[in-house]
Design a protein around this ligand. Structure first.
Ligand SMILES: Nc1nc2c(c(=O)[nH]1)N[C@H]1C(S)=C(S)[C@@H](COP(=O)(O)O)O[C@H]1N2
Ligand SMILES: [Mo]
Length: 233
């Protein structure tokens, strides 16, 4: 669902227009980055400027995502846990909410100052599930059917990592990955997986979608991806 500006252009289409196609993607992050440099597009490959978005760009690696509402949204916590769980939006809303206001920094350069996020600490959900000793990492799945992200367990337990229900003082809209997205305050925004649908405890870190193309798994703002941005923590 978009907002009247037409269907967001998919990454394949963008690359196709540039005459690169799948070969461009397969060639890895360096060519990918060169392409972005030319087109001002992001690792997601299709940053349509959000109208009135205050500097945010809209990213999706798929052409369209079927929206989920409070009625049909669920978040599962599974993998190496003692108690698998499934949360509705109402379940998450009923939990203690943490508010964090930091800059948002995309690895392609754009930055949005002072963005409020609110939600449940990821650590709270991990504790509720009972993480087994064999788990060292967390993998995040998305209901767009394509994107994924990951954190080490230590990173996931940080107080500035949220399962976010609100952004910019309102519910998270579909384009920003609502109703629920991940928010990893100290890392580049590609870690903040949109349309979050699963949290899986794993024996080892599994690199996420963009990390297969060379972006850093440990994506600290200012200390990774060869960049020197001012940290967001
Ligand atoms: N599911 C999903 N999550 C995602 C992405 C994506 O393409 N799909 N792009 C990432 C990138 S690169 C950025 S910069 C932010 C963009 O968030 P926004 O669309 O709310 O601006 O989402 C991140 N999370
Ligand atoms: Mo990004």
């Amino acid at each position: 669902m978009d907002d009247g500006r037409g269907t967001p252009v998919g990454r394949r289409v963008v690359l196709g227009m540039l005459g690169l196609g799948a070969a461009g993607v397969a060639a890895g992050p360096f060519l990918q980055r060169a392409v972005e440099g030319v087109t001002s597009r992001a690792p997601a490959g299709l940053g349509d400027l959000l109208p009135g978005g205050g500097g945010f760009r809209y990213y999706s690696v798929v052409d369209s995502v079927t929206p989920r509402t409070a009625a049909d949204y669920t978040l599962t916590v599974d993998g190496l846990v003692d108690r698998k769980a499934t949360y509705s939006l109402a379940d998450l809303q009923a939990m203690e909410q943490q508010r964090i206001v930091r800059d948002v920094q995309c690895v392609t350069g754009w930055r949005v100052p002072g963005v409020p996020f609110e939600g449940v600490r990821l650590a709270t959900l991990l504790d509720a599930a009972g993480v087994r000793p064999e788990a060292t990492a967390v993998r995040f799945g998305c209901f767009d059917g394509a994107y994924s992200e990951s954190l080490t367990l230590d990173q996931a337990r940080r107080a500035d990592v949220l399962v976010a229900l609100r952004m910019e003082n309102g519910p998270i809209g579909h384009q920003h990955g609502g109703p629920v997205r991940l928010y990893v305050a100290p890392m580049y925004f590609y870690k903040s997986a949109k349309w979050l649908s699963s949290i899986t405890l794993t024996p080892a870190v599994q690199p996420g979608y963009w990390e297969h193309y060379g972006y850093d798994v440990d994506a600290w703002v200012g200390r990774s991806n060869g960049r020197d941005d001012v940290p967001t923590e």
